[in-house]
Design a protein around this ligand. Structure first.
Ligand code: 5GP
Ligand code: MN
Length: 346
């Protein structure tokens, strides 16, 4: 999708601009908003940066993050609203439904998800791009507004996290071109790595150790699940946002094509479910069938019911998608054979 002249005209003509990203934001969501804020402020716009959940404590190094608000002034009105990093209205929380539509001005969606509906008046959506941050970079360049070190740092964090450090299947030449340009504006990759990945609170590792104990590998060997109960999180003294990345341990298993992480939100009543795929399975459609959405290889949804009920539904759906194949039977047999050899050696 191209950036239309009309879209740029709306931005140019707007004085007050609101940005909203999805609830339980990841770095791409918040950093995209902050890059847009810092850029548009340079051309005299008044920007409100809203997220229902707010920015998480591990995001405090992002330039501009102190201006993220979790409430809007009841009488605040905007000339346009940028809806970032999600495809459907419900993902932005209650705010869109709670207020009269007019207060938001022209709705402009900026997103890279595969699933979603064209509900906004204007859209810059491209599922072929690895991050929303890259789409924000396109908008900044098209306006045009000059990049600076703070904007570049936000955009770099968006790309590096959404590509899993340039490892996920969404990593492409456009992403590398973007970050090559960002490095010319003063981004230091190791400094960002330290802040993102070498700075974990102890509670996170304690929680990971509890979650890994729940590992379940399906009979077919083709999918694996991990679970987290509220009591685990409390026992570790951890917070929900710290579980980002845990699911990759389940996906990393040899033979596993789909990983599922079931996170308890309301004890035995409501669960946040994450999916990751590393093969041909499109987990976006899988999540969509359960009321959620996402990308081909990373998606999520919310499920109601007890843990037993939620797992039964998930197992049924994923078992149907990933039946025990002839090759997986072989690999299970092979594993047994390896086990026997090991036993014989002992
Ligand atoms: P995560 O598992 O990291 O929460 O999310 C993976 C991907 O799926 C992200 O791109 C996220 O935006 C999307 N996603 C997660 N949960 C939901 C959901 O409940 N609904 C929709 N539509 N997308 C989701
Ligand atoms: Mn994203």
């Amino acid at each position: 999708m191209e950036i239309t002249t009309e879209l740029i005209d709306v931005l140019r003509q707007s004085k007050k601009i609101l940005t909203i990203s999805h609830v339980s934001p990841d770095f791409d969501a918040i950093a995209s908003q902050l890059a847009a804020k810092l850029a548009l402020e340079k051309v005299g716009k008044k920007i409100t940066t809203y997220n229902e959940s707010g920015a998480y404590p591990n995001m405090t190094f992002l330039p501009g993050v102190e201006d993220v608000v979790t409430r809007l002034h009841p009488r605040a009105r905007f000339d346009c609203t940028l809806l970032m990093d999600a495809g459907t209205p419900d993902r932005f929380g209650k705010v869109l439904n709670e207020s009269p539509r007019e207060r938001f001005g022209t709705l402009i969606k900026v997103d890279h998800h595969l699933t979603g509906s064209a509900f906004a008046e204007m859209e810059y959506v491209d599922p072929g791009r690895a991050s929303t941050g890259e789409l924000v970079m396109d908008l900044i360049k098209r306006y045009p507004i000059e990049l600076d070190a703070d904007i570049a740092l936000n955009l770099y964090c968006a790309v590096v996290t959404d590509t899993g450090g340039f490892r996920y299947s969404n990593t492409n030449s456009a992403a590398f071109h973007t970050v090559a340009e960002l490095l010319q504006h003063g981004v230091n990759p190791w400094d960002v790595t330290t802040r993102l990945y070498e700075n974990r609170p102890e509670a996170e590792l304690r929680l990971l150790s509890l979650v890994l104990k729940t590992l379940h590998v399906s009979h077919s060997g083709r999918y694996a699940t991990l679970e987290m109960r509220c009591t685990d999180r409390e026992a570790a003294g951890a917070e929900d946002y710290m579980t980002d990345g845990f699911i990759n341990y389940a996906r990393s298993l040899s033979g596993v094509e789909v990983a599922i992480f079931i996170r308890e939100m309301i004890p035995d009543k409501q669960f946040k479910v994450s999916f990751r795929s590393k093969g041909t399975v499109n987990v976006a459609t899988l999540a969509e069938s359960l009321g959620g959405g996402g990308h081909h290889n990373a998606a999520g949804c919310t499920m109601k019911g007890s843990l037993t009920e939620v797992k039964a539904i998930l197992y049924r759906i994923v078992d149907a998608k990933l039946p025990k194949s002839a090759s997986s039977k072989k690999s299970v047999t092979a594993k047994r054979a390896v086990g026997k050899v090991k036993q014989a050696k002992r």
